[in-house]
Design a protein around this ligand. Structure first.
Ligand SMILES: [Zn+2]
Length: 386
């Protein structure tokens, strides 16, 4: 097994939970990769020998971003809807149906090529693991093939048949389909099951039924909740002990207490608020209350067509009052936890060597220099990928 010493690292973010600081940052550091894993981290002066040596010239090295929430399987775009929204129209869940029509009309090859392009776009911006949801097919055939496409790119696939009730469909009949034949066809390609629990989509009783059916098929439940207004979704997620609940824009004190007590991760998606001009979630209040917070892109054609976690980090700092360290931790270590993963999101011995080299001396520059392409190179499983 070949070993590589990466050295002359101005700041190495390890996310070591044993460290005194949140990021477990080591100045003037080095890291040894052996095969696909991290074998050693520490001060460069203490580094062991390795077969190969890479000098990164005083740059920062971070764990790759773990984007725990995206909707990459779709066709078409909704640029006109975005332009109309920026001209004053409001965002509603029903816009999803526009993408559904385009997605159903696309071939598997077209969908695959489109996902490949977006995954590559993510990689160039430092994302090394991405979760991908279905949810623009909404028929048994189209949900199953959406997940089969997603599976070619990640093991973190999520069945989101319960994204919206298709046009001209009875809601009760649709829930029966989602929990019956559609789930049967989707489950072999999915790890997770998700429900858009929101006014205009699915209520908490429907979400309960759908998540229970998913669990019975071996899928792990998660939820979209409290994006467009207050609602019961976040409390349901806490009650069910879900790994993560995503959006969390409109929360009251009881919601925050429920998240704190359950340990369910609140995954915040600031690209959505940016792209819909909604108020941002109160990350500061969540963190100060002791809630575990992740951030993700929610990359999708309607409410957040950005694949950029550097943008999300900058927004989290500027608009949600997270510190740069909190935002980077939320997009790496907490993204991994939000996917129930302990092999990624950190650079300590034994973890997968998924990392990025920044064209900057520290993680702070991700927020300090917004909009600048700072990701210089990306390693996936111990190999340079970008
Ligand atoms: Zn979403």
């Amino acid at each position: 097994m070949t070993s590589t010493l990466i050295t002359n690292i101005a700041e190495l973010v390890t996310n070591d939970p044993e460290a005194d600081d949140l990021l477990g940052a080591i100045p003037d550091a080095a890291l040894v990769v052996e095969g696909s894993r991290v074998a050693w981290v520490g001060r460069a002066v203490d580094a062991p020998d390795a077969d190969e040596r890479l000098d990164v010239g005083g740059r920062a090295v971070l764990p790759g971003f773990v984007d725990s929430h995206s909707h990459l399987v779709f066709a078409g775009d909704r640029a006109q809807e975005f332009a109309a929204r920026m001209a004053g129209e409001s965002y509603a869940a029903g816009g999803i149906r526009t993408t559904v029509a385009a997605t159903r009309a696309a071939t598997d090859e077209q969908l695959t090529a489109h996902v490949a392009r977006l995954v590559q776009e993510m990689r160039r911006q430092g994302t090394t693991t991405v979760e991908i949801k279905s949810g623009y097919g909404l028929t048994t055939r189209d949900e199953a093939r959406s997940l089969a496409v997603a599976r070619q790119f990640t093991e973190e696939t999520t069945f989101l048949g319960a994204h919206v009730v298709p046009a001209d469909t009875d809601p009760a009949a649709y829930v029966a389909l989602v929990t019956g034949p559609m789930l049967e066809a989707a489950a072999p390609h999915a790890k997770w099951i998700d429900v858009f629990c929101e006014r205009g989509a699915f209520d908490d009783d429907q979400a309960r039924v759908i998540l229970a059916a998913g669990r019975a098929h071996g899928l792990l439940p998660r939820l979209h909740a409290n994006q467009l207004g207050p609602g019961p979704g976040v409390r349901l997620a806490a009650e069910l002990g879900l790994t993560a609940v995503d959006h969390c824009t409109y929360l009251d004190d009881a919601d925050v207490a429920a998240l704190r007590d359950s340990g369910t991760i609140a995954t915040l998606l600031p690209g959505v608020e940016f792209s819909t001009r909604q108020p941002y979630p109160d990350a500061r209040a969540l963190l100060d209350a002791g809630v575990r917070v992740a951030i993700a892109s929610d990359c999708n054609p309607g409410s957040s067509f950005s694949s950029s976690l550097p943008l999300c980090v900058a927004l989290a700092v500027r608009e949600m009052r997270m510190t740069p360290a909190e935002a980077v931790h939320a997009a790496t270590a907490m993204g991994a936890r939000a996917l129930g993963r302990d092999d990624i999101g950190a650079l300590t011995p034994g973890k997968r060597a998924d990392l990025m080299v920044l064209d900057a001396p520290s993680h702070v520059h991700l927020a300090y220099r917004p909009g600048v392409p700072l990701v210089r190179s990306v390693w996936l499983g111990g190999r340079a990928a970008v």
